[in-house]
Design a protein around this ligand. Structure first.
Ligand code: COA
Length: 315
């Protein structure tokens, strides 16, 4: 398959570190030096599905396609207001299309997992154009009294359209199932038969363990994927790393021994928007004209699960 367009949408409300420090025991210096984050976009009176629709429309416009041209839609999302139907159906209803669609919850690497599924559909000859939308509101998951998690996240949506082609040069998915590292539980409806007590928790995260996992898995995934794809680190023009923490990105870069100029970032004013992070970064770089035909882009993302994934795309 090949990527033909991108789109993104952000909530209008931007919350600075100074604003957080008005109600949390934190400060701009701690947050910016430990994470690289200065502010984040936070959902207030918007609906996540509207951000998803906006990102998708921008991607379709860039591709010069209409909704009738899309024959498979993959929506990556961790949490939204609906338990059912999937967010894909809510978005498709608003946009007025009805091709087959699925939702995936693969946390932060969701964009790359979605690419892998899309590629399988292309290889099976089932589709001509696939729309991927990653829409996330992690700020609705964290406790806003927990300074170790709520400062890290931001909301938004990113989208991409893929068509037939041969520009996906390789993809690698990795799993180290370990649900306690990043998790959130919610109670289900009571029944006469369930006796266990169910609790709702905010997002819980073992920050240091996740940090270590991220650096180790991302650098390992990237090396393995490049080898599998017959490419070297030198050939890569852009490393599109999940925007979780600038220190994580720096540590991955140092582990790979690559200069900083090839690692675009937007975490400073976005925070971690889970699976939306990679496609939002992709869209922003694309609209700035960063990529040239023939450029090699490596994506790498990691998160709850624990899951990680990497992909190589030729622009
Ligand atoms: N403001 C001020 N102090 C804070 C704080 C905040 N927002 N959050 C935590 N602290 C304090 C802690 O309470 C602790 O204080 P103590 O030493 O008195 O106990 C101290 O800072 C150090 O905390 P620690 O958790 O060890 O810091 P850290 O250097 O590991 O950084 C993270 C914490 C969360 C920034 C870091 O572990 C991280 O980024 N992990 C990965 C998280 C992530 O990206 N998750 C998503 C992956 S998709």
């Amino acid at each position: 398959m090949k990527l033909i367009s991108t789109g993104s949408a952000l909530p209008k409300r931007q919350v600075s570190n100074d604003e957080l420090s008005q109600f949390l025991d934190t400060n701009d210096t701690w947050i910016s030096t430990r994470t690289g984050i200065h502010s984040r976009h936070v959902i207030s009176d918007e609906l996540l599905e509207d951000l998803a629709v906006e990102a998708a429309r921008k991607a379709l416009d860039m591709a010069g396609l209409g909704v009738q041209d899309i024959d498979f839609f993959i929506c990556s999302n961790v949490v939204n207001e609906y338990m059912t139907p999937g967010l894909s159906c809510v978005v498709a209803h608003k946009m007025g299309f009805a091709c087959p669609m699925i939702d995936i919850n693969c946390a932060c690497p969701g964009f790359i997992y979605a690419m892998d599924i899309a590629e399988s559909y292309f290889l099976a000859g089932k589709v001509n154009n696939v729309l991927i939308v990653c829409a996330e509101e992690p700020t609705r998951m964290t406790s806003w009294e927990d300074r170790s998690t709520c400062v890290l996240f931001g909301d938004g949506a990113g989208a991409a359209v893929f068509t037939r082609g041969d520009k996906l040069k390789g993809i690698k998915l990795t799993a180290e199932p370990s649900p306690d590292k990043i998790c959130q539980t919610r109670p289900l409806m009571p029944t006469p038969y369930v006796t266990k007590e169910e609790q709702e928790t905010p997002l819980l995260m073992k920050g240091r363990e996740v940090f270590r996992f991220a650096v180790t898995t991302s650098s390992r995934d990237i090396r393995a994927l490049l080898e599998q794809s017959g490419l070297t680190l030198d050939r890569v023009n852009w490393f599109m790393i999940h925007q979780a923490n600038l220190r994580i990105i720096d540590a991955i870069r140092e582990e790979l021994g690559v200069d900083p100029g090839r690692f675009p970032t937007n975490i400073g004013d976005h925070g971690n928007s889970s699976s939306a992070s990679c496609p939002i970064l992709l869209d922003e770089c694309n609209r700035k004209g960063l990529f040239k035909p023939g450029d090699i882009l490596v994506f790498s993302a990691f998160g709850a699960g624990l899951l990680s994934a990497a992909a190589v795309l030729e622009w």
